[in-house]
Design a protein around this ligand. Structure first.
Ligand code: NZQ
Ligand code: ZN
Length: 397
């Protein structure tokens, strides 16, 4: 039965070939006056985007300070620095300019600056944030959906852990999306982004909830779009419509709409966050190296999963349906998915990703689970399942 649901997506989304020119006006419209511009390791300097943003803010009469240096898999240490800077400079608005890591770091700063204690209390220690500074974004990489999602994921090097905070406060006031800003991405970044977009849909598609035909079809549309557009993006990065469709897919995949009325899973993300958290691997690459093994393990463990995995294989991947044995359709679909990732240049397994085999038991233990020891809803998984999936993924062919 479709589950009761509530939807809240307050972010003003503006997609246009010159969206970044609106940054100053949007901040004014949302009540900001003194701004922290937050960015990463330099891509926005090299592309000239940062200079454009500075001019837009100045034209709108805004004062600002800057904090760059966000690393992929953003670090708690820079969030602490950002929070101190905001307090010292009496900042009331944070503008993130970059990929998902920059956005997540900005979200943590905007929330942490309004929290009296250690901001890390809010990441997995059960404390709920109550308010944040103003928050806007200019996103430069179609992947995480962080431009509208309720989530921020931060790596804490001191505690050697990567954890997320889910809260509607993480949803920005506005996000400016210019597909042309992706023209400087490498093929690797495009492929990792596409894998992450697909995973956000699959975390919702693989559900035990029945009677959710509309969201099934919406999920399938996004997955098919990403599968169609990614090879085109890899072949020629400077195609506006291709990048626009990938960007819109990334937003739709993680804004929350595709999970409405259905139980979501998220165990594949729990498995992946241990990889990028400990070895600094790219999030989308880790997901690609895990998904075929995750599906194979679940298919073997629980007969009920065969129908949905075969539906995915037929509707999304075009595998002919074997009515007599849906399991065969599902197995062929898993192989097809693995081939797609490989054709995009992503790693086929954890060994290729550089994960040491001897670490797998430790990762399976650490990966996030509920207090009952399980993660996921499609087929709840415990530590032994996690280890079996890591083992299968380690030398998947
Ligand atoms: O740091 P700079 O110099 O800006 O370079 C970045 C970075 O090296 C570069 N880049 C970004 N846009 C570019 C560009 N290079 C050239 N041209 C551009 N237009 O790309 C590299 C990777 O950037 P990053 O922001 O790390 O990638 P992504 O957007 O994939 O974000 C990954 C992070 O988001 C988290 C992941 O765990 C990971 O930490 N996630 C966040 C989610 C959310 N907030 O909702 C959900 C996801 O499931 C995910 O967990
Ligand atoms: Zn993800």
């Amino acid at each position: 039965m479709m589950l009761p649901f509530e939807s809240y997506s307050p972010t003003r989304l503006i997609m246009s070939p010159e969206a970044q020119l609106q940054s100053g006006a949007q901040i004014v419209q949302h009540g900001g006056s003194r701004v922290l511009i937050h960015f990463g390791g330099g891509s926005v300097i090299r592309s000239g985007l940062l200079e454009t943003v500075r001019a837009s803010l100045t034209d709108s009469g805004l004062s600002f300070v800057e904090l760059g240096g966000v690393k992929p898999n953003p670090r708690a240490a820079l969030v602490y620095e950002g929070i101190e800077l905001c307090k010292r400079e009496k900042i009331d608005y944070v503008l993130a300019v970059g990929g998902g890591s920059v956005l997540d770091s900005a979200k943590a700063i905007a929330i942490g600056a309004c929290y009296e204690g250690d901001f890390w209390d809010l990441f997995g220690r059960g404390i709920t944030p109550k308010q944040r500074l103003g928050l806007g974004t200019i996103i430069t990489l179609p992947a995480t959906g962080s431009e509208a999602s309720n989530s921020s994921v931060i790596k804490n090097d001191e505690l050697d852990i990567k954890r997320g905070l889910r809260s509607d406060l993480n949803r920005p006031d506005f996000s400016l999306i210019n597909p042309k800003l992706t023209y400087t991405l490498s093929p690797w970044q495009i492929a990792c982004g596409a894998s992450d977009i697909m995973s956000h849909v699959m975390e919702r598609y693989f559900t035990p909830t029945e009677g959710v035909g509309l969201t099934d079809r919406l999920c399938e549309a996004v997955l098919k779009t990403v599968i169609d557009e990614t090879p085109a993006a890899l072949a020629d990065r400077k195609q506006y419509d291709v990048q626009a469709n990938l960007f819109w897919s990334s937003t739709v995949a993680h804004i929350g709409w595709l999970g409405m009325g259905r139980a979501e899973d998220w165990s594949a993300h729990a498995l992946e966050h241990e990889l990028s958290g400990h070895y600094d691997t790219a999030h989308g690459a880790g997901l690609a190296a895990l998904y075929p093994a995750w599906l194979t393990h679940i298919l073997a463990k629980d007969d009920k999963t065969a129908i949905r995995i075969s539906q995915f294989s037929e509707r999304v991947l075009g595998v002919p349906l074997d009515f007599a044995d849906p399991r065969k359709t599902a197995e062929a679909g898993i192989q097809r998915l693995s081939q797609i990732y490989r054709s995009w240049g992503l790693p086929a397994n954890l060994e290729e990703l550089g994960i040491p085999h001897e670490d797998l038991p430790r990762l399976a233990k650490l990966a996030k689970k509920r207090p009952d020891g399980f993660a996921g809803s499609f087929c709840p998984l415990n530590e032994a399942d996690f280890l079996a999936i890591y083992e299968l993924a380690w030398n998947w062919q």
